[in-house]
Design a protein. Structure first.
Ligand code: 5GP
Ligand code: SF4
Ligand code: MG
Length: 458
C-alpha cells in the first residue's frame, strides 16, 4: 500500500490526489482521501485506480480543507472488498479520526478477538481497524499518547498517517519495514510512502521519518517523538528489489542505483557468454542496465510492454494473472532472432512469468535464453505487508534452482546471492540484520503468533 498526508495547504485534497497518483504502483485495488476543514472530516473512497476514482473534478468540492490524508491499497490482510477501502474514518467520543496504513500487523487477529470479546464491533476485516479501536479505548489524554498506547501491543509493519479535525500524525514502526518520507511544500508539511510523490507535487524532501518515530503536525508546527523502545531496524529489502519506484529515495538510498548495482553484482556472480541483455520490463530494467554494463554486453529493450496493463502480480485472480503475461509483453524479433539472450527479472514468485517469457523469446528466434534474477529465490511468505503467496505456491520453496530452470525451460538460471543483495545495498561484508530479507532467508525479524494459513493470504 501507499500512504500520503499533507497539513496546512489550501489545495490539500488535490495535492493528495497527485501524491496518490505517484504512489499508484504500491496498490491498485482501491484508493481514498479524507480531508479536514478544521471542523469536520470528509471522505471519498472507492475501488479502482486513482485516475478512475477521482476522475470527476467536482469530487474535490466534497473534500474541502487544508489538510488531508490518502491511501492506495492492495490487500495483504482483509479481503479486496469495498468495506476495506482506506483511509478508515470513524467518529467517537473524542471527535473524528481517519487512518491510512501501509504494512501488516502480525498479531491483529488476537487483539481483534479480545476487542470483540470486550464488545467492539468491527466494520472491516482489515488489520488496521484494530488500531482505531485501541485508540478509542486508550486511557491517555493527548492524541499522540493515545496513538502510542494503541500501538504498544501491536506488532509488525506499519507506516500510518492519522488525520483528526486539527492534526496530522504520522508514525513508522520500530523495525522501519516500510519507507516513509517527510517533505515540505509552500510551508505545509507533507508525508508520503515514497519521495516520488514529492517530486510530482514539487515538494522539498526534508528527510525520512525514522523507524520508531512519531510526528505530530498541527497549527503550531511539527513535533517529533521516539516513543517506542529502540531496536535494530530491519527495513524491507524487497522494496529495493521490486516494490518501490526506482526514482524514489528510500532507506537512505536512491532505488535506481541499488537496483543497477544488483545487476552488476549478479553479472559477477553469474556471468555467461551471450550477445544481448534484455530486461523483463519494467521491474527488470535497472538491474539489466547494471548487468549489461558489468558484462560488457549490449542492452536492448527486446520485450515491449503494453503500458495499459497493470502490475500482473497484484491482480488478485489467478486467471487474470495467467493471461496477463501475454497481454503485457511482446518480443522485438529483430533484437532476439539468432541471439544468445540474457533475460533479467527482479524475482521469480510462482515461475509463471519466467516460463511464459522464455517460451516467447524462443519463439521469436533466440538461439539461447539465459535467465538471471536480481534477488535470491523467494522461498518464504512475507508477513509484513507484501502480498507474497503461500509457501505452496512459491516455486522455490519446494524446488531447487536446477528444477526451476527446467520448469521455466531456460538454458541457464542464476539468482543473485543473499550476500550479493546486501553488498549491492551497501551493507558491509558478513554483516546481517540491516534489512529484513525473510522472504529469501526465512529469518523473520518480528515473530508472529501463529503461521498464516492459506486462507488468510490475500
Ligand atoms: P511469477 O510469475 O513468478 O509468479 O511472478 C514473477 C513476476 O512478478 C516478476 O516479474 C516480478 O517483477 C513480478 N511481481 C509483481 N509483484 C510482485 C510482488 O509483490 N512480489 C514479487 N516477488 N514479485 C512481484
Ligand atoms: Fe520485505 Fe521480504 Fe521482509 Fe516481507 S519478508 S518485509 S517482502 S524482505
Ligand atoms: Mg516484473
Amino acid at each position: 500500500c501507499g500512504v500520503f498526508g499533507i497539513f496546512g495547504h489550501p489545495e490539500a485534497a488535490n495535492l493528495t490526489y497527485l501524491g496518490l497518483y505517484a504512489l499508484q504502483h504500491r496498490g491498485q485495488e482501491s484508493c481514498g482521501i479524507v480531508a479536514s476543514d478544521g471542523n469536520q472530516l470528509r471522505a471519498y473512497r472507492k475501488m479502482g485506480l486513482v485516475s478512475d476514482v477521482f476522475k470527476r473534478p467536482s469530487v474535490f468540492d466534497e473534500l474541502p480543507g487544508k489538510s488531508a490524508i490518502g491511501h492506495v491499497r492492495y490487500s495483504t490482510a482483509g479481503a479486496s472488498d469495498d468495506k476495506n477501502i482506506q483511509p478508515i474514518m470513524v467518529d467517537y467520543h473524542r471527535g473524528s479520526i481517519a487512518v491510512a496504513h501501509n504494512g501488516n500487523l502480525v498479531n491483529a487477529q488476537e487483539h481483534r478477538n479480545r476487542l470483540e470479546h470486550e464488545g467492539s464491533i468491527f466494520s472491516t476485516t482489515a488489520d488496521t481497524e484494530v488500531i482505531i479501536h485501541q485508540i478509542a479505548k486508550a486511557q491517555a489524554d493527548s492524541l499522540p499518547d493515545r496513538v502510542v498506547e494503541a500501538l504498544t501491543n501491536l506488532k509488525g509493519a506499519y507506516c500510518l498517517t492519522f488525520l483528526t479535525e486539527t492534526r496530522l500524525v504520522a508514525v513508522r514502526d520500530p523495525n522501519g519495514f516500510r519507507p516513509l518520507a517527510l517533505g515540505k511544500l509552500d510551508g505545509a508539511f507533507v508525508v508520503a510512502s515514497e519521495t516520488c510523490a514529492f517530486d510530482l507535487i514539487e515538494a522539498e524532501f526534508i528527510r525520512e521519518i525514522e523507524p520508531g518515530e512519531l510526528i505530530v503536525i498541527d497549527k503550531n508546527g511539527m513535533k517529533s517523538y521516539h516513543p517506542f523502545d529502540k531496536i535494530q531496524p530491519s527495513p524491507c529489502v524487497f522494496e529495493f528489489i521490486y516494490f518501490a519506484r526506482p526514482d524514489s529515495t528510500i532507506f537512505g538510498k536512491e532505488v535506481y542505483g541499488v537496483r543497477k548495482e544488483f545487476g552488476r553484482v549478479l553479472a559477477r556472480e553469474y556471468p555467461i557468454d551471450a550477445d544481448v541483455v534484455v530486461p523483463i520490463p519494467d521491474s527488470g530494467v535497472p538491474a539489466a542496465v547494471g548487468y549489461a554494463e558489468e558484462a560488457g554486453l549490449p542492452f536492448e529493450t527486446g520485450l515491449i510492454r503494453n503500458h495499459y496493463v497493470g502490475r500482473t502480480f497484484i491482480e488478485p485472480s489467478q486467471s487474470i494473472r495467467h493471461f496477463g503475461v501475454k497481454l503485457k509483453l511482446n518480443p522485438v524479433r529483430e533484437i532476439i532472432q539468432g541471439k544468445r539472450v540474457v533475460l533479467i527479472d527482479d524475482s521469480i514468485v510462482r515461475g509463471t512469468t519466467a516460463r511464459k517469457i522464455v517460451k516467447m523469446v524462443r519463439n521469436a528466434g533466440a538461439a539461447e535464453v539465459h535467465v538471471r534474477i536480481s534477488s535470491p529465490p523467494t522461498s518464504f511468505p512475507c508477513y509484513y505487508g507484501i502480498d507474497t503467496p503461500t509457501r505452496k505456491e512459491l516455486i522455490s520453496s519446494s524446488h531447487s534452482v536446477e528444477e526451476i530452470n527446467r520448469y521455466i525451460t531456460a538454458d541457464s538460471l542464476g539468482y543473485l546471492s543473499r550476500g550479493g543483495v546486501l553488498k549491492a545495498a551497501g551493507i558491509p561484508d558478513g554483516a546481517t540484520g540491516y534489512f529484513c530479507d525473510a522472504c529469501f532467508s526465512g529469518e523473520y525479524p518480528v515473530k508472529f503468533p501463529r503461521l498464516k494459513s492459506d486462507s488468510q493470504l490475500g
